[in-house]
Each structure stands twice: as C-alpha cells, then as structure tokens.
Design a protein around this ligand. Sequence first.
Ligand SMILES: [Zn+2]
Length: 347
Amino acid sequence: MKTYFITLLFIIQVLTAAAQPKAYIAPFRHDAVGAYTLIHDDFGASYARGIEEYIDTMNYNRKLPICFAAITGQCDFRDWKKAKEMIAHGHQILNHSMTHKCGQPQSWCTFGDWNEKDFPEEIDESTDLIIKNTGKHPAFFVFPFDLFTDTMLNYLQYTKHYLGARAGKQNALNDAALKNPFLINYTVFRPEDKLPILNEMADQAIQSKSWAVRVMHGIEDESWAHITAEEYGTHLDYLQQLVKQHKLWMATLSDVVTYQYNKATASVNIAEQNSQAQATKLLIEPKKIKLPDEKLLTHHFLTVVLTQATGSPKAITQAKQNIPFELRDGKIIFDVNIIAEEITLTY
Ligand SMILES: [Zn+2]
C-alpha cells in the first residue's frame, strides 16, 4: 500500500511538472533552427559590378538581407549612392580596406601588402569614408584575401572599437551562442567549387543548429569565382524557402552578433501564472557582461519561446504595446524588446 502511494505521488509530481509553463530565449531570431549570412566581397571594384547590378535587387525582391564589403578606395560617387540604396534595402556595408592589399606577404600576392604603417589609410580613412558617404559605421572588417595579423585585429577591436571581423577558421560554422566576434568562421566560394555546395552549407547550418557565413564575390561580372544570375537566383530561391519554413534566419553579421549579445545580456523568466498554469507575466532579467560599443549593436530584440499545456494568449503586451505572436509546433513565439522588462499575457 505504501509503495502504491509513493508511486501515485511520483506520478502526480511528474504530471504537475509537465503542466508547468516554460519560457526560454530562442537560439536564433524567430526561433529559426540555423542562421545564414551571405557576404559579397569587392563592392566598388569595376570587375565586381554584379553586386550593384544584380545582387542588391535579387535579394531585396526576396526580402533577404546580405552584407557587401566595400573596397573604399575604388568607390566613386555612383558607388556611394548605390551603397546608400543598398543599406536602405536592409543590406549591411562592411569595410574591405582602402586598396585591397595582402595583410601578410605571400609569394602569390602580387598586389602589394600592408601593415601597421598603413592603418591610417587602410583602416582609419577607409572607415571614415564609409561613415561620411553612407552615414553608417561598417562595424565589421573583412580582410582582402583573408590575410591579416593579430596587430590588425587588436587595432580594430581596442583602438577602433569595431564590433568584429571575419578572421576565424575557414570552412567552419559558428555556434549559436556568442563567441569572439573577431574570430567569425566563414567559407569562401571558390572557382573550383560546384554550385550545390551553396545550398548544402545552408542545410548544414540547420542540421547542426549553427550559423553559416558564406563569402562570395560578384555575379555576371569578372570577379573571382563569379557565377551567373540564374545560378545565384537558384540559391536565393532555396534560401527564401528555408526562411519561410522558419528553418533559417538569414541576417547580416551585425544583426546576428547583436542577437548573440542580447542573449548573453538577458534571461527570461515566468514571474506569474494563473490557475490553469498559463504564464501571465514574464520578466526579462539583465545579466552583466562587457558590451562592445553599443552604438554598433543594431537592435534590442530577442525571440521568446513559451510552451504550456493549455491555451494561447489573446494578447501579449510589453510597455503597453501589443506584441505580435506566432503559434508554431505547439509553441508561442514572439519578439520582445530587452529594454522594457515586463511582458504581460492575457487570456
Ligand atoms: Zn576582396
């Protein structure tokens, strides 16, 4: 008899625990499974006209944001006008140096190299040109030929207060959680690469719940490893489909890294629930971490996922504003602003 009661008590405990609502922060925005950033290098160069002529519009039409890395010394007034238009389309400009030289001497590099003596031109002036002509700080530096030194990284981080750089491992994905944003891993599309690997990397990001950063150059032009507009469109259609299925979050470097910082600075907790075990109040609680220059962080959003046994809310509000929410796979999914701390759910 005693065993019977203990077993019954255990079952009740398990059932009660299962009925408790749970809230957590999604690894990626909109609770996507993986994330993907597409970077097009060499904006401004005459051989990479495809970035402005095709890539901007092809992505904008599909509501996909990309990054484009500008060789600032090669941008004329038409390029700057186009850069502003691309930024208005949701794309992010990155700093790809002033003159596109090699950051370390290499036997194959016939373009000349640069070192700390050139920081005033290659980093300082290049940054200033982008800010002056577009009104935006590039936030990330991507090195020509992916050649760089620790001195360059330290200068970008501690003197110029950049948000990050593309200077991690090649052919590797990134974790969903915040790591050193100056060591972002990336994969370059090369002339010998077959087209299917473009879609395959997006699939890998989803399978391993990680963040893929793909580097390409132009299309329909003379840039290194260029492809045709048709081939590129096939890849974008595939990405768009994954985005619509909530499998992939396609975003700029700054938006992903900002999301990672937001995750590291906040946690979400259920503060109150009603008699039906439905969450009625959530609190965003700040955690102290060292933040980079906050001006470079691009948003204050985190996606919250709420699971509970019964019922979905009639409304979710934060600071008296209605928050749109989505019901997907038995989850209640919504974006919260990490600055306004309290979230109210009504049924
Ligand atoms: Zn380049």
